[in-house]
Each structure stands twice: as structure tokens, then as C-alpha cells.
Design a protein around this ligand. Structure first.
Ligand code: WT7
Length: 629
């Protein structure tokens, strides 16, 4: 156990976790209503929580807009001159936006979107690299009540296309091209390929991250209007009214991988999401007015929504964004950014930590990291040795608390997480956040008891929980509420993770139990990768599993049955890997391919990935009574 320093507890918003937790779960509605009252509402809610299986609705009939709370309200006081966004490019170019300046650009883009006919409820796809315009775009959409769908810039055009089509997006915001290490990535080319057959798209706005302008083949895209960001914005007013939103109106869709071939559109709200993200940012990172939060995520993922964009701005602090990767042009780049820009909170992933460990302790020791006060980890289980390295080399053993925050795209906010005032165990994400009851259960929903592995479930709703899956309520119900057999309609949310609770009530996350693979913290579905593989004419069948990997957490192994007369070869392996990269993106690169004659299946023909995995890792195979052969 690592106990917090008395100074840390003294300055923390929360000094006694257990006491506040007890109150929060006996009075959840009062607890969350108090948090909501720290924010501004156009109209108060009539009911804090309404649960009707399978939907929880928070702050019912309340009216607000998350952007009003991120921007508008700070303009009324000195906070308007504080830095909202501090952006550092790969070449250390700096762009600074105070709250007032950020608001101005957001208003201009919001007016521009309105001029293009974007109305409340319309979808806008944001396919941008990590540049200020990415955040400005999200806020501008939310301001006018449009629903943003941010697609990670590393996704391929196929993946982008699926997401545009599913959301039926009217407008796409993209970049011409951008630097990534020593390469230049052409986003516009990918965007054009994606929108060729997307009739919903009316307009495309192009940000010139790199100075040259790209020519648009107007003949192919005669039905789509193209605009240059700077030109479009220069014509717009810097004032724009903020749309009044119902607390349960959708704020954004974020696509994530599940157990089927198609990604799911997780929908979050203006009201509940805002309250949950506001409070967790404030208490977990112990935010005070002058804090600078450096998260290494990308707004293409949920962390970039909740703790790079909305959380920091709702708390009126500065979000520090570094455009590129930790080890380019040299392995000390993140530490250099910390020395130079002096963030107080540093939030990253176990994969990044493990990758940096390989460069040795000498690298971080050359830099002044003394501005840091709190460290954070997210995305996958952090192994105790990586935790200890982080503690020693980045925390400099000066006892900086490490917040190992467990949550998901669906939860929107931290769910099982330490607070700076609690004793930590390396590798455990501590206990549930306020108002949340979590447990580890068997397939019938019965608690398994201490130190036993089981399914991680949440037994109470929380304000930032997903509203639904975009246009797929049935999938929503099945995925989160029907996996566990139970007789009542009581709230029981299935996380898809396996976990254990120890004698002290600390949670230990083991990993996913549902064919979702976490490669470098990125969520990929086995089925998605398999569909990319079987799209190749030479492949008859494919099965994909995740295997433990010392740096990436998990790596991908594919078992392939080739069509008759097709010969296995190294070249074919390369070709298949390329197929997957085209279909999903470089994050889905396959590490190992094995050509096989047969795959383990159930009598109904479903591939049993669990059996493949057990065999591969030499683990007990478990129940194989349904195995056909
Ligand atoms: C899955 C959710 C939450 C933001 C980024 C990932 C795993 C997440 C932790 C943690 C162990 C973790 C879980 C979860 N996960 N945080 N601190 N310790 N595992 O969001 O892509 O929706 O993935 O990430 O398996 O279910 P996501």
C-alpha cells in the first residue's frame, strides 16, 4: 500500500472517501443533484433520476447546454483570460487560446455550420488529427445542438465510411494532411474515398494543417460543397447563441468496437454526461483554478472527449494537448513537453508507460518534471511493475498519487477509481466512484465473494452513462442488460470485463470477457478483424484472438482456413495484414497469422475463440460440451 502524503490530503477536495461514499450511495439523487447545482441550467430538472428498464434518464426535463458550462459562463468573469487550450505541435510550435479566444472561434464555426443548414439533432463527422480545430469543432456542434461523431484520424477510409453512413452525417470536418513522425498523412484523400458513396454528406470543411491547399476533383463530387476552414470562418460573426438543450438530448455519438463485425454508436447526453464528467474531473484529478491537465489521449477516443475537452473546460482549467507520439523525434519528448509547459496533471496509458520503460530511466531523469502533482492511467490494466516505474521515474518517488481510472466509452466518466486521498495498491483501480455500486458476479448475477474472479457489473446508474446505441436499442439491451440471467428488471449493467475484489474491497481488473481485444488500450472486436480477413477472396474462414503482449497489453493472432487450392505463404500473410489495415487502420495490425485446416466450432457453427485462446496460451479449455468436433 502507498499512503498519500498529508499535504495531498490537506489540499484535496475530498479528504475522506469512505464517509462520502457511504452518503453517496444511500442518497445518490441528493449527491448528484448537488453536483449538478455547481453548473448552470436554463431550467431546473423535475426529477433527478428516472429508471425504466433498460434506460436511466437523469435530470429529467432540465434544460442546459454543455457548451454554456464549458465556455459561456466563464466569459462573465476573469476566467475568460485564462488559458483554455494550450496546443503544442510536433515541432513544438505553440498555439494558445484563452477561454474568450476559444469561444470566439467556436462561435464562428457554429455560425458557419448553421449557415450550411446544420440544425439541432443533425450529425457532423469530425475526422481531424490532434489539432485545436478538433476541439473547436466538437464544441461548435454541441453549441448549436448538432451531434458530433469524432472519428480517430488513424482509422482507414473504410472505417470512416461505415461511421459516416451509420450516423448519416450531413457535414464532414477534415484536414488536408498532417505530420505524423517523419511522414505526412493525407486525410483528405481518405475522406474523399469515404464520401464517394455517402449521399447524406452535403458539405465538407477542410482545415489546412499543412500550408498547401489540395485540389478537389469537383466533377466527382458535384453534389457536395467544399469549404476552407479559414475562409469560411472569416465571414462569420464571433457571437452565436447557445442552443437550449434538454438534459437528455444527445451530445455526441462515439463509435466503439463490440462483439459483432459492426462498430456500435455510443450516444451521450448534454445533461447527465456533463455532470458526471465535471465531477469526476474535479475530484479524481483534484482540480483547482490554475491546473494544467496534460492528457496524451486523442479526441478520437472517449478519454479525449471526457478528460481532454469537456472535463477540463467544465472546470475552467487549461487542457494541454501535444500533437504527436512520446518517442518522436526523441524518446524524451513527453518529458520535454512537461518541462517546458509545466502541466500539473499527467494522464496516460499503461502501453505508453511500458513502451517508455524500454528507453531506460536515464531519459526522464534528464528533465524537470516538478510541476506534476497527480498522475493518471487509463485504458487497460496497469501491471504493478509499470505502475512502480511510473511512480519512481515520473512521480520521482515524491509520492505523487497515481489515479488508475477504470471506465469505458459507455460509462462516459470514471467509474472505479482512486482519489488523491486514498491508499493505493499498484495494479488495482481502487473502489467505485461516489454514487456507484459495483460488484463481481457469476452468470446468474450472484456475487462471487472476495478474491474470486467473475463478471464486473454495476448495480446503480450513474449520470454519464450512455443514453443508447445509435439506432440500435435492441443491441443496447442485449449487450448491457441481458447477458446476465436474472428475474427482475432491477438495474444491472454488464461491463464486459472480468475482475476480482480483494479482502480490503479493492478492485482488480483482469480484462475483457467478450471477444473485445485491447491492443495498446485501443478497443478492437475479433469479429471486425475477421470480417476484414474473410473479405479476401483467398480466405474461407478466420478466427481472431488476443494474446498477452509485454508492451501493447494484447497482440492479435489470426487463424485462417484458406480456400481450396490456395497455398499458404509469407506474401499472403502480408497481403492479409494489409487488408485489415485498409479495413480498420494501422492500429489493427495482426502480429501473428497461422494457416490451419480446421477451427473449433459449436454444433451450430459458431467459432469458439475461447477454445483457440486456451489452446494457444496453454490454459484449461473449460466447458467444451458444445464443441462439434
Ligand atoms: C475497456 C473500455 C475508458 C477510456 C479508454 C478506454 C479497459 C479501461 C482500465 C483500467 C483496467 C481498463 C476495460 C474496459 N480499461 N480502463 N484503468 N484498468 N482496464 O475505453 O475503449 O471503451 O475501453 O478498457 O477493459 O472495459 P474503451
Amino acid at each position: 500500500m502507498f499512503f498519500p502524503k498529508p499535504e495531498v490530503v490537506k489540499r484535496a477536495h475530498i479528504k475522506n472517501y469512505e464517509e462520502v461514499y457511504k452518503y453517496s450511495i444511500t442518497h445518490p439523487e441528493e449527491f448528484w443533484a448537488d453536483a449538478a447545482k455547481e453548473l448552470s441550467w436554463f431550467k431546473p430538472w423535475k426529477q433527478v433520476l428516472h429508471w425504466q428498464y433498460p434506460y436511466a434518464r437523469w435530470f429529467v426535463d432540465g434544460e442546459t447546454n454543455i457548451v454554456y458550462n464549458c465556455l459561456d459562463r466563464w466569459l462573465k468573469n476573469d476566467r475568460k483570460n485564462q488559458l483554455a487550450l494550450l496546443w503544442v505541435g510536433q515541432d513544438l510550435e505553440v498555439k494558445k487560446y484563452t477561454y474568450e479566444q476559444l469561444n470566439r472561434e467556436v462561435c464562428q464555426l457554429a455560425n458557419a455550420l448553421r449557415s450550411l443548414g446544420v440544425k439541432k439533432g443533425d450529425r457532423v463527422t469530425i475526422y481531424l488529427p490532434k489539432i485545436p480545430e478538433q476541439i473547436i469543432s466538437m464544441l461548435a456542434c454541441a453549441k448549436i445542438g448538432a451531434i458530433h461523431s469524432v472519428v480517430y484520424s488513424g482509422f482507414s477510409f473504410e472505417a470512416l465510411k461505415t461511421r459516416i453512413e451509420d450516423a448519416q452525417a450531413k457535414v464532414i470536418i477534415t484536414a488536408n494532411s498532417y505530420p505524423y513522425k517523419n511522414k505526412i498523412i493525407n486525410s483528405l484523400e481518405k475522406t474523399l474515398q469515404a464520401i464517394k458513396d455517402c449521399p447524406s454528406v452535403e458539405s465538407v470543411i477542410i482545415v489546412n494543417r499543412i500550408s498547401e491547399r489540395v485540389k478537389i476533383p469537383e466533377d466527382i463530387f458535384s453534389k457536395i460543397n467544399f469549404y476552407q476552414w479559414t475562409e469560411l470562418l472569416s465571414k462569420q460573426d464571433t457571437l452565436c447563441s447557445t442552443q437550449i438543450m434538454n438534459a437528455n438530448d444527445p451530445l455526441f455519438i462515439l463509435y466503439t468496437s463490440g462483439t459483432t463485425g459492426k462498430p456500435k454508436g455510443v450516444v451521450h447526453s448534454h445533461g447527465g454526461y456533463m455532470v458526471g464528467v465535471y465531477l469526476t474531473s474535479k475530484l479524481v484529478f483534484d482540480l483547482k483554478e490554475n491546473d494544467i491537465l496534460f492528457s496524451t489521449a486523442d479526441p478520437g477516443w472517449i478519454t479525449g472527449h471526457s478528460y481532454m475537452t469537456y472535463g477540463p473546460l467544465l472546470n475552467g482549467i487549461t487542457t494541454l494537448i501535444y500533437e504527436s507520439v512520446p518517442d518522436y523525434p526523441h524518446p524524451g519528448r513527453w518529458w520535454e513537453v512537461i518541462e517546458k509547459f509545466r502541466p500539473t496533471i499527467f494522464y496516460t496509458t499503461p502501453t505508453a508507460i511500458r513502451a517508455l520503460i524500454r528507453y531506460g530511466e536515464d531519459t526522464p531523469s534528464k528533465y524537470d518534471l516538478s510541476s506534476l502533482r497527480i498522475l493518471g492511467s487509463v485504458g487497460e490494466p496497469i501491471n504493478p511493475s509499470a505502475w512502480l516505474w511510473f511512480y519512481k521515474n515520473i512521480g520521482r518517488e515524491s509520492n505523487l498519487p497515481i489515479m488508475d481510472t477504470w471506465w469505458q466509452t459507455e460509462t462516459g466518466m470514471h467509474i472505479i477509481t482512486p482519489l488523491p486521498c486514498v491508499p493505493l495498491k499498484p495494479g488495482s483501480c481502487f473502489k467505485p466512484f461516489f454514487g456507484v455500486v459495483a460488484d463481481v458476479v457469476d452468470e446468474n448475477g450472484q456475487s462471487v465473494g472476495k478474491n474470486k474472479e467473475g463478471y464486473l457489473v454495476l448495480k446503480t446508474p450513474w449520470p454519464a452513462m450512455l443514453l443508447d446505441l445509435w439506432q440500435n436499442p435492441q443491441k443496447y439491451r442485449e449487450t448491457y442488460f441481458e447477458k446476465i440471467k436474472k428475474k427482475t428488471k432491477k438495474f444491472l449493467y454488464f461491463t464486459g470485463d472480468s475482475a476480482k475484489i480483494d479482502d480490503d474491497g479493492y478492485f482488480w481488473i483482469i480484462g475483457r470477457n467478450d471477444d473485445v481485444i485491447k491492443v495498446s488500450g485501443h478497443r478492437l472486436g475479433s469479429a471486425e478483424i475477421e470480417s476484414a480477413l474473410v473479405a479476401n477472396q483467398k480466405v474461407a474462414e478466420a478466427a481472431v484472438i488476443g494474446k498477452p503482449h509485454p508492451v501493447k497489453g494484447e497482440s492479435i493472432k489470426a487463424f485462417i482456413i484458406l480456400k481450396k487450392a490456395i497455398q499458404p505463404s509469407e506474401d499472403l500473410k502480408k497481403e492479409l495484414n494489409l487488408n485489415v489495415r485498409m479495413f480498420i487502420g494501422p492500429i489493427a495490425s495482426i502480429d501473428e497469422i497461422e494457416f490451419v485446416e480446421k477451427l473449433p466450432k459449436t454444433r451450430s457453427g459458431k467459432i469458439m475463440r475461447r477454445v483457440l485462446k486456451a489452446q494457444e496460451l496453454q490454459l484449461p479449455v473449460g466447458d467444451i460440451s458444445t464443441l462439434e468436433d
